[in-house]
Write a protein that binds this ligand. Structure first.
Ligand SMILES: Nc1ncnc2c1ncn2[C@@H]1O[C@H](COP(=O)(O)OP(=O)(O)OP(=O)(O)O)[C@@H](O)[C@H]1O
Ligand SMILES: [Mg+2]
Length: 354
């Protein structure tokens, strides 16, 4: 492991911002810290950077305990949410700044800055000042500046939070590409799950100062370990009496979490579903919302409200219409864990779905 946090505790007064944190991050990996506001993401990042001191535990980078090493000596690059570029310096001067402080020869500084400008696609913008750049361009400069001294670890705290949705989506894939090109171990903080899923090799889910799960995005999505992760990831709704649904039995669970993609609804004359019609529930459409690329449909199945999505290519539906409803799977949970339950009735049946 390249970065390790072992039994880290951090309190602000009585408040535990980090409660027994254990993390290991492999060399060259791009890892996202994902969690709700106040869950302790920035605290973890600041401790790794040395801007905050843990009350207990070890921070290890490349096999060395760094707790007592000053931030500037840790070989870390930092990109913050609010650009933090030097306003009275051009792009070129911003990128050269850290290298001048390190007293590198002029020629070497110039070569490095040109290299960074090419790498990050900032050519032509060298002489501009930060206020002459778009938000996206500014964050690219911030990224290039953090890379300038060749850090061995890059920390990014919500780098795109202040940028509008479309540019933000472009920057995400740009960042992923850049980081893999440079091959630098990076930790990226976000509270946007789409961002984490799209960018990261691995996701660390934080909640109330603790780590809920560490896994690849697909694993987090498909096998949430705790009730918190099951509910936090994806668009989920909670139901108590899930055992009333066909294909599911009551166990020692407190309730269940269902995502729209686990629910299918179809009209009774839909031949594609004729084999499973006997295993379906009767439902009534309570509400239909237009979501741009699909419809979101609320179905009432014996008092249980289920949400599903419906392609705009399928036949039109109406509020009050009776539909057949199938629940493929759900996450049942107790106080500690989430458990994937598959619909028993559908076992071994081939379903034709879209
Ligand atoms: N310097 C501080 N003094 C007191 N409390 C603090 C301090 N820094 C953070 N906290 C508290 O610690 C908790 C975790 O804060 P942190 O900034 O790590 O959360 P976060 O997950 O980064 O949230 P956000 O998504 O809003 O940035 C919060 O409850 C916060 O109020
Ligand atoms: Mg934060």
């Amino acid at each position: 492991m390249y970065v390790e946090l072992k039994n880290i505790e951090k309190s602000y007064g009585n408040y535990k911002a980090s409660d027994h944190i254990n993390i290991g991050i492999g060399k060259g990996k791009l890892v996202a810290l994902l969690g709700p506001s106040g869950s302790g993401k920035t605290t973890i990042l600041r401790m790794i950077a040395g801007l905050e001191t843990p009350n207990a535990g070890d921070i290890i980078i490349d096999g060395k305990r760094v707790n007592d090493i000053a931030p500037a000596e840790r070989g870390i690059g930092f990109v913050f949410q609010n650009y933090a570029l030097f306003r009275y310096m051009t792009v070129y001067e911003n990128l050269a700044f850290g290298l001048k402080i390190k007293k590198l020869p002029k020629k070497q500084i110039k070569e490095r800055v040109i290299e960074l400008i090419e790498l990050t696609g900032l050519k032509g913008l060298e002489k501009r000042y930060p206020n002459q750049l778009s938000g996206g361009q500014r964050q690219r400069v911030a990224f290039a500046r953090a890379l300038a001294p060749n850090p061995s670890l890059l920390l990014l705290d919500e780098p795109f939070a202040a940028i509008d949705a479309k540019v933000r989506a472009e920057l995400r894939s740009w960042l992923r590409e850049m980081i893999h090109k440079v091959g630098i171990t990076s930790i990226f903080v976000t509270h946007d799950q789409d961002e984490a899923v799209e960018v990261a090799d691995e996701i660390i889910i934080t909640n109330k100062g603790q780590i809920e799960q560490i896994a690849a995005p697909i694993e987090i999505y498909k096998n949430p370990k705790t009730p918190f992760v099951a509910e936090f990831i994806g668009q989920s709704s909670k139901i108590d009496d899930y055992h009333k649904l066909r294909g599911f039995e009551k166990g020692d669970y407190k309730g269940a979490i269902i995502r729209p993609e686990f629910v299918e609804s179809f009209k009774s004359d839909n031949v594609k579903f004729k084999d499973v019609i006997n295993y379906s529930e009767d439902g009534v459409i309570e509400d239909i919302y237009f979501r741009g690329n699909c419809l979101e449909v609320k179905l009432n199945v014996g008092g249980i409200i289920l949400t599903t999505k419906r392609s705009l290519e399928r036949r039109p539906i109406q509020i009050g219409e009776r539909m057949h409803v199938i629940v493929y799977r759900l996450y049942a949970y107790d106080n500690e864990r989430a458990y994937l339950l598959e619909n028993k009735d559908l076992k071994g049946k081939e379903l034709v779905t879209f």
